[in-house]
Design a protein around this ligand. Structure first.
Ligand SMILES: [Ca+2]
Length: 492
């Protein structure tokens, strides 16, 4: 499997992968003939927006997430899954095309991947081409939230047979929303509302109802149905009862941290820690984020109930993921677009009928880029050449097996028309996270997760780590697919 770079190792890896591929093909042929084949099973892809792993099944002691938890209990929970770009459109384009951001060409929220790669076959399109009924409900490809709710956003029509763009009272209630930066778009700042009315009146409630209707209509033939919830993306809007579940005095609070002074300027997404929010607002924002998670979880639960009620449980693969992680005050940061752990770490759960490791978790380092090859593998569909990830199928039976040595995330910060953008590259190994900005010219960061899981002590200038940094830099370059500094290439 993957090891640190070096030509001998690479040659050995190539040989090993040739042998492994031949073995895998033979194994696949055998499996396909068995009665436990997952080919032609339905796929239900459930996505949350801007959700970090603040979920009970991921060890959060406060957040109530009974429905994601029950999905985890019947699947494998990946505890170390990472996005390839901590922003909606680049991350979703990468996951759904299977290409890393350098190859998909999508590194901001404006570009559509078809403009760069017109003939690409997306994950749902692969299933559609094989005769599956494919449908999208809500945000799967990128949408501006909340501005584009109720439209198709940056959807990809060739991917679907049908789609629904839910829109609820959260759009009408926008004048009531509290924002820490009044006048700034709600989607770009921290804002919230404990809403009147019922779950069913909210966009995600309407999305769940549309998802259930779609399942009922198409339960009798193979389908790939993707349901994208909009919460907990800001504005954190949820019915009041969900806010009441998190009394303010019980909401955790990230104490002001050291560490902002020892990182490159490029590492930080705001000049003022916590945007200058008061302690009260910081707590209220976390309360609202948690309330939005529990609200989203309840809508997701309705869809899972429908799967059970319609007798689809034994023939439906269910995947749950978020598009990237989220800061709630760590390093004085909020939201996304950083390369720290909190912004890159995502929840990822695969529930596959008949899987051997039901209810277990995996510490393997995995990526959202793995979702496409995994679903293609489970469905025995031929994946397009050059995908960036690898099938997680072996981990679904044996979550403890040896796996990737590293995973990768990148980010781009635009600086205006006549100034070159800042490119950030990060590699996460079992022990370390290394980040470099413009190939190191604008600084670097190294964190030892054995002793510093919160990434507070930057070791990049510590000479005793020079050899480690050399190895980690080489990993980024060995796996690159474009001009330097660049993204990792396919990991297989
Ligand atoms: Ca997002």
């Amino acid at each position: 499997m993957r090891r640190f770079g070096g030509s001998t190792t690479i040659t050995a890896c190539l040989l090993a992968s040739l042998v492994a591929n031949a073995f895998a093909q033979e194994k696949k042929a055998t499996e396909n003939s068995s009665s436990t084949s997952t080919a032609r099973m339905n796929v239900l892809l459930l996505m949350a927006d801007d959700l970090n792993p603040s979920l009970a099944c991921y060890g959060n002691k406060i957040v109530k997430s009974p429905n994601v938890d029950r999905l985890a209990a019947r699947g494998v929970r990946f505890d170390r899954a990472y996005c390839q770009f901590p922003l909606c459109n680049p991350s979703r384009a990468s996951m759904l095309t299977g290409l890393r951001p350098d190859r998909s060409g999508v590194e901001d929220n404006a570009v559509h991947f078809r403009d760069v790669r017109p003939r690409i076959v997306t994950l749902p399109q692969l299933f559609k081409n094989e005769g599956f009924f494919t449908a999208r409900i809500g945000k799967i490809f990128h949408y501006g939230v909340p501005g584009q709710i109720g439209t198709s956003g940056l959807d990809d029509p060739p991917s679907w047979n049908a789609f629904v763009n839910p829109k609820g009272r959260d759009r009408d209630d926008e004048p009531l929303i509290y924002s820490i930066l009044p006048g700034t778009g709600f989607g770009a700042t921290v804002s919230w509302l404990a809403a009147d009315g019922t779950d069913d009146e909210q966009t995600d409630g309407r999305g769940a109802a549309a998802a259930i209707e779609t399942l009922e209509k198409h339960a009798d033939k193979p389908f790939f149905i993707a349901v994208g919830f909009y919460r907990p993306h800001t504005p954190y809007v949820a019915p009041k009862k969900y806010f009441d579940m998190y009394p303010l005095d019980q909401v955790p609070f990230v104490e002001p941290e050291p560490g902002r002074s020892n990182v490159p300027k490029a590492a930080l997404t705001n000049a003022k820690p916590n945007y200058g929010m008061s302690d009260h607002d910081r707590r209220a924002a976390v309360q609202a984020y948690y309330a939005s998670i529990t609200f989203m979880d309840a809508q997701l639960g309705k869809v899972l109930d429908a799967v059970d009620r319609l007798g689809l449980t034994d023939k439906t693969i269910v995947v749950f993921a978020s598009d990237h992680g989220y800061h709630l005050g760590e390093h004085g940061l909020w939201q996304k677009m950083s390369l720290f752990e909190e912004s890159t770490h995502v929840p990822l759960i695969f529930s596959v009928p008949g899987m051997k490791a039901k209810g277990r978790s995996s510490r393997a380092l995995v990526e959202l880029a793995d979702v496409y090859p995994t679903l293609a593998d489970l469905a025995s569909l031929k994946e397009p050449a050059g995908l960036g990830g690898r099938s997680l199928k072996p981990l679904l039976d044996d979550p403890d097996r040896s796996w990737n040595d590293a995973v990768f995330t990148q980010v781009r910060r635009n600086r205006g028309k006549n100034v070159p953008p800042i490119l950030g590259r990060s590699v996460r190994t079992d022990r370390y996270r290394y980040i470099e900005w413009n190939d190191g010219e604008l600084g670097a960061q190294l964190y030892d997760h054995d002793s510093d899981p919160r990434e507070l002590k930057n070791l990049a200038d510590d000479r005793s780590y020079a050899a480690t940094i050399k190895e980690l830099k080489a990993l980024i370059r060995d796996r690159s697919t474009g001009p330097e500094p660049s993204a990792p290439k396919a990991s297989k």
